[in-house]
Ligand binder design. Sequence first.
Ligand SMILES: [Zn+2]
Length: 84
Amino acid sequence: MSDKSSEPTECPRCGYRSLDLLYVSPVAGAWEVYQCRQCLYCWRTSEPARRTQRSAYPESFKMTLEDIRNAPEVPTIPPLRTGA
Ligand SMILES: [Zn+2]
């Protein structure tokens, strides 16, 4: 379980140090959901270290400011197929 000492100080994905607390668990102290203000990555504090800590986050998924600025647009969702 998390406590105050586990409150994140940087984004696991891009290392940015400005985070928003989005949600807290209905049961007090179980988890919080944070979002990075720079790359918009979201995570819940109860997720494993590879999703919540920069030092354990997979290298291939890390983003730099350059990566974020050059990221292509998110593809739109295609129309639903008919006749299934
Ligand atoms: Zn980030």
